[in-house]
Write a protein that binds this ligand. Structure first.
Ligand SMILES: [Zn+2]
Length: 259
């Protein structure tokens, strides 16, 4: 691994001090964290469908929408399957591991993730708000049948419910759909309590519910940290900005914290 530049090492030290002064921490994660496990994303930098309109002129936002799932489940499932296949053999990286280890070291630590790959739980995190759902949780669109699968091996496209033959879908938020009520309730309760420190890791923060905790921290004069190689909408509001990859930055921070 490359040594950190002097400036990045100084900033890692600042993050370590912020962690030492915190009892409660919110870690927000996005595609940049899973990218370190080799996963592509729905869209965005390095995304699976960037600059591509896979089905003729139909944009991915339409193909991966709730409406399309209802009208043409075979089409939506074609892309769900591709996304699942692209990450099928992915394993948690050092960043996921560090976040999982952090959970037992603070009074209260929550992970708010946009990733649907389930890697936080696989790494051992328990306090996870998977606000966009999880690809591995399947449910029937017609009856209460549900099932958790390791992967999509052997699934028909679209898969049908064994009980009622209804179309089965993953519990993920498709374009145009609302956030899941259960996750949203936990999100609202935990963000209302507030956190001593907010870490934003590998996300461009384009969704308001993803940027809100960072902006709240700014308004309430609480510290926040952004780990992202690029500039985002929240960069100007954070206390410390680390322009590094997620796994490398978290590994350096955790080494410093445990030193
Ligand atoms: Zn059913």
């Amino acid at each position: 691994m490359n040594a950190l530049t002097h400036e990045n090492a100084r900033r890692v030290g600042q993050v370590v001090e912020l962690l030492r002064a915190s009892r409660s921490v919110l870690v927000i994660t996005g595609a940049g964290l899973s990218a370190d496990s080799g996963l592509p994303t729905y869209r965005g930098v390095g995304g699976l469908y960037e600059d591509r309109h896979p089905e003729g002129n139909v944009p991915i936002e339409e193909l991966m929408s709730g409406e399309m799932l209802a009208a043409r489940p075979d089409l939506t499932w074609k892309y769900l399957l591709q996304i699942e296949e692209a990450g099928r053999h992915a394993t948690p990286n050092r960043g996921h591991e560090v976040i999982a280890e952090m959970e037992s070291r603070f009074d209260r630590l929550w992970v708010l993730t946009q990733n649907v790959d389930g890697l936080h739980r696989k790494a051992g995190s328990r306090n996870v708000i998977d606000i966009h759902g999880d690809l591995h949780a399947l449910r029937c669109t017609r009856c209460p049948c549900q099932q958790v699968v390791d992967d999509y091996t052997g699934l028909a496209v679209p898969p049908r419910c064994p009980a009622c033959r209804g179309v089965v879908r993953p519990e993920v938020v498709l374009f145009g759909e609302r956030l899941p009520a259960k996750q949203l309730a936990v999100y609202q309760a935990e963000t209302a309590r507030g956190f001593d420190l907010v870490l934003s890791v590998g996300t461009t923060s384009v969704f308001p519910y993803i940027s809100a905790p960072v902006l709240d921290a700014y308004h309430f004069k609480k510290p926040s940290v952004e780990i992202n190689p690029g500039e985002t909408d929240v960069t100007e509001f954070v206390t410390v900005k680390l322009a590094l990859g997620a796994a490398a930055a978290l590994d350096a921070i955790w080494a410093g914290y445990n030193n």
